[in-house]
Design a protein around this ligand. Structure first.
Ligand code: ZN
Length: 304
């Protein structure tokens, strides 16, 4: 693509900066206590102000006007303004990069939120770890039933050109997980066919996925506990989409309650999707995807 052609589409996107990126959306339901309680439970937030309905967590601001799953309930023109031009220029892949939130006043039960979103800006072409692309920023504003601003969100995505598949990219049939300083011991344990869980050195509680601090007592002391690999299925989903290379679909993925007390997400192996059930006893197996990359897979425990 010539520079002139590149400039044409970019100029067209820039001309739309400041315009509404989607029609305004008013929440179907007012801010309400049942949803606040469900959110706090999912997030592990025990602030009594939220549980008693005195305030709503500010971080739920975006939630009340979120899109519906049923297409007939969603607003028209589901694509944000400008992104069609960015797509047409070949930057078809997307990853959210950062979100800045500003809270102007407390959010309370009964507030009926309206969301407005405008195109805020587009960067020049950047080279990033994911490929060449443009950062596109949208500005969301949330108002109440009287038009008072409750908060604002700056939402930035990187629209990038998907890199051509290289030999290196094809090498691993299953995408590798991100390994952090906190989780490295877990993956190293798997390489040695051990299922390790982080155990607090102070209160003894197990926590998984591993983090830097015990969520119970805030201690930074810890040790790796080797688990037996015996557990039961706490819950499961059968994944149809999205599909990742190297895995067979439909793929049963389960939350496993380990007998030591920790709970972890893992794929299930050699169990027909229709046969999976909650409470099913399972044992861990270690599947080598490639050298230095082993995944835990749980299989139904054989009788006896
Ligand atoms: Zn602890």
């Amino acid at each position: 693509m010539s520079n002139a052609a590149t400039n044409d589409w970019l100029t067209a996107v820039k001309a739309q900066i400041g315009r509404e990126a989607l029609p305004p959306q008013t929440a179907v339901d007012p801010v309400n206590l049942p949803m606040i309680r469900r959110w706090c439970e999912a997030m592990g937030d025990r602030n009594p102000l939220y549980a008693e309905g005195k305030l709503a967590p500010p971080a739920t601001l975006f939630m009340w006007t979120m899109s519906h799953f049923r297409p007939d309930l969603s607003r028209e023109g589901g694509s944000l303004l400008g992104l069609d031009l960015v797509d047409a220029a070949g930057f078809t892949s997307v990853v959210a990069t950062n979100v800045e939130e500003e809270y102007c006043r407390d959010l309370r039960c009964g507030d009926v939120i309206t969301q407005r979103v405008t195109l805020d800006g587009i960067s020049e072409e950047k080279k990033t770890g994911l490929g060449v692309g443009h950062f596109v920023t949208f500005r969301y504003e949330f108002t109440d039933q009287k038009g008072e601003v409750i908060g604002r969100t700056l939402f930035r995505v990187l629209k990038f050109r998907p890199p051509a598949k290289t030999a290196a990219a094809k090498k691993s049939p299953v995408p590798r997980p991100p390994v952090t300083r906190d989780s490295a011991f877990f993956w190293e344990g798997l390489n040695q066919r051990k299922l390790l869980v982080r155990q607090c050195g102070n209160c003894g509680r197990l926590h998984h996925p591993p983090g830097p601090m015990c969520p119970e007592c805030n201690s930074l002391e810890w040790r790796a506990l080797e688990c037996s690999g015996r557990g039961t299925i706490h819950s499961f989903v059968i994944v149809h989409q999205p599909q990742m290379p190297g895995l067979n679909y439909p793929l049963p993925v389960a939350l496993i309650d380990l007998e030591e007390g920790a709970r972890m997400v893992a794929n299930l192996g050699e169990i027909a999707p229709g046969k999976v059930r909650i409470g099913m006893p399972v044992d861990v197996d270690f599947v080598e995807i490639e050298k230095d990359f082993v995944l835990p897979v749980f299989r139904e425990r054989r009788a006896g």
